[in-house]
Design a protein around this ligand. Structure first.
Ligand code: F6R
Length: 615
């Protein structure tokens, strides 16, 4: 939520900042702003507007955008509506400090009260404006420089933040800090970049330092990177190599990132299993599990915490682990788990799943589970993310940056890692027969080819989507492994097309939702050939008896469902455990084309953001 960018060095900052904001727009896109120290008159120029980065660029076209030090922000509103005033950067009362912020200051009202009592006035309603005034107040009352003011001020702040501050009289430095929200420093030759992730500076440097909680970084012209904690103790910067490439951040000829990412899945799955599955050697090796095999062998229970799409992947993980490893599994919404008093027994393992690795609720659930002694295993996409660092061990899904706000390739990457995790544990525990182990390894390794095949249904799905563009509601049904797939299909549709959609276990439908079914209700049923296929057919009959319009995802060569459904999309036959990997693709494409037909902003749907760093 919210993207921040900063630059200091010999180049003009504005183009770097604007391009950086465009890369970070997936994090929030309701307003944008930039602050620069002018080369012409040493003024602190701040431009900001409601709307997207394009709107900001438009506004800046006639302005003084000179300067080699600057900060910029793209916002996802938490406090205060998205308007010009509430957009960042925010300025202090004396207009000498400009600050950008990603996160939430929880005690902003208390601080604001104190500031008002001391004569400070506020233009907008954001917690961020309070923070910049608070830092200035500390700077003035303690008679200290900006770095020390930031250290002192942040000790009193409750909440999450990644901030960057530009000072009018110090064009030679930018001060930045984090707690709970991501902040990366790009280290160039005589120049530094700041951003919420490495994507804004990937073309300038391949060296990055991830700032830790309660660290303050000072990036200066001509000086080495300085990192201190809030008590002014120097910290050694740990320089890492950036793993992403520029081409991964571009659309590569596709009209939307989402379509590109849907089509990338055969390759991202190959990347995900590379070095982990070896069909010739007949093994799956997930090193995080092997390194901690005693823990997994002795686990009495596994609890999986996640949000949204990652939670749907977790439900598939529950089936896989219980089925193959005979370990009881519970799946929890991270946001609920963190606010109850969960029972965590010695020997329980908590698996946290998060594409971004920054989701605030998942991070808080990890902290709670850790404080109760659980071993935490993370499954994430973003190397070096907060969740990757907060967990005891884990596996990356290695699907490359996911930029479309609706998750696609990360979902199939998460399910693939969970499949490998279950197979690895099952083999270690001896809960899987050798023949089944060999067969399932072959099946999983064969999924990318099946995905390639199912992507060829694209024109058929595009055609089908036209029938449903103006539907107001959808129901998605599935049983067993296909139930979480149904939930995920429904989530994709509602996120990007704004059509109300509900996912349901197919058999549960008759306990309530069946009342919704009439000739206007499209019902998507995932009815691939599996152990509950016959039961699913009965559920389709129940829908047809009430004149519902059935779109069925079926296995190639299917006859029984094809006879009764109104429309069918065929997918290649696969073991039922891996069927959601294949059936995810037509569901993603259906949602995508319906949204395109409706003209919604597919990659940046309203009200959403890619990385939910607030609770
Ligand atoms: C849906 C979607 C969200 C995320 C959720 C968790 O398409 O993207 O539901 O899955 O916000 O995000 P991560 O996985 O980053 O923790």
């Amino acid at each position: 939520m919210c993207g921040i960018v900063g630059y200091i060095g010999p180049r003009e900052a504005y183009p770097i900042l604007i391009n950086g904001l465009k890369r970070l727009e997936y994090r929030g896109y309701d307003s944008a702003g930039v602050a620069l120290i002018s080369e012409k008159d040493a003024q602190l120029n701040i431009y900001k507007t409601r709307g997207k980065v394009d709107d900001l660029e438009h506004q800046c076209a006639s302005k003084d955008i000179s300067g080699t030090a600057g900060i910029a922000h793209t916002r996802w509103a938490t406090h205060g509506e998205p308007n010009d005033v509430n957009a960042h950067p925010h300025c202090s009362q004396s207009e000498s400090l400009a600050l950008i912020h990603n996160g939430i200051i929880e005690n902003y009202l208390v601080l604001k009260q104190l500031l008002v009592e001391n004569g400070y006035q506020f233009k907008g309603s954001t917690d961020t404006e309070v923070l910049v005034q608070w830092i200035e107040y500390i700077k003035v009352t303690h008679k200290v420089d900006l770095l020390h003011a930031v250290q002192i001020a942040l000790r009193e702040v409750v909440g999450a933040f990644a901030i960057a501050i530009l000072e009018k009289d110090r064009p030679d430095q930018i001060v930045a800090a984090r707690r709970g929200s991501p902040l990366a420093v790009g280290v160039g030759e005589g120049e530094f970049f700041l951003a919420s992730d490495a994507s804004p500076f990937v073309e300038y440097t391949n060296r990055v330092v991830y700032i830790h909680d309660d660290e303050v970084a000072v990036i200066s012209r001509e000086k080495p990177l300085k990192i201190v904690n809030l008590n002014d103790v120097a910290q050694t910067p740990e320089i890492k190599e950036i793993e992403m490439s520029l081409s991964q951040l571009e659309k590569g000829g596709y009209p939307h990132f989402m379509l590109k990412e849907i089509n990338e899945q055969p390759q991202t799955l190959v990347d995900c299993i590379r070095g982990r599955i070896n069909v010739e050697a007949n093994n799956v090796v997930l090193s995080g599990v092997i390194d901690n095999q005693e823990k997994f062998l002795n686990a009495g229970r596994i609890i999986i915490v996640a949000c949204g799409t990652s939670w749907h992947a977790a439900l598939i993980g529950e089936h896989l682990i219980e089925d193959l490893c005979r370990i009881p599994v519970e799946v929890e919404y991270a946001s609920e788990f963190r606010y109850r008093n969960p029972v965590i027994n010695p020997g329980d393992i908590v698996i946290a799943i998060s594409q971004s690795g920054e989701t605030a609720d998942t991070l808080a659930a990890i902290k709670l589970a850790k404080s109760r002694g659980a071993f935490i295993y993370g499954i994430s996409n973003v190397v070096g993310s907060s969740i990757a660092r907060a967990t005891d061990s884990g596996s990356y899904i290695h699907v490359g940056p996911e930029i479309g706000v609706a998750s696609t390739k990360a979902f199939t990457g998460q399910v693939t890692v969970l499949s490998m995790l279950a197979l690895t544990i099952a083999q270690l525990k001896g809960t899987i027969a050798p023949d089944d182990y060999t067969r399932l390894i072959g099946e999983l390794a064969g999924v990318p080819d099946k995905m390639e095949k199912v992507l060829k249904t694209d024109p058929q799905i595009q055609e089908l989507s036209k029938i449903f563009t103006y539907a107001h509601n959808f129901i998605y049904l599935g049983r067993g492994y296909n139930y979480p797939a149904a939930l995920e299909g429904a989530l994709k549709l509602k996120e990007i097309s704004y059509i109300h959609a509900e996912g349901y276990p197919a058999a549960e439908m008759k306990h309530g939702p069946i009342a919704l079914i009439d000739e206007r209700m499209p019902v998507v049923v995932i009815a691939t050939s599996d152990s509950v296929y016959e039961k699913t057919i009965s559920n389709i009959q129940e829908v047809k008896a009430r004149k519902g319009r059935v779109v069925a995802i079926v296995t190639e060569g299917d006859e029984a469902v094809t006879d009764i459904a109104d429309y069918c999309i065929e997918v290649p036959r696969t073991d039922e455990r891996f069927a959601p990997l294949v059936s995810a693709i037509p569901l993603q494409l259906l949602a995508y084309y319906i949204a395109v037909n409706k003209g919604t902003n597919v990659d940046q749907p309203r009200n959403l953001a890619k990385s939910v760093t607030v609770e």
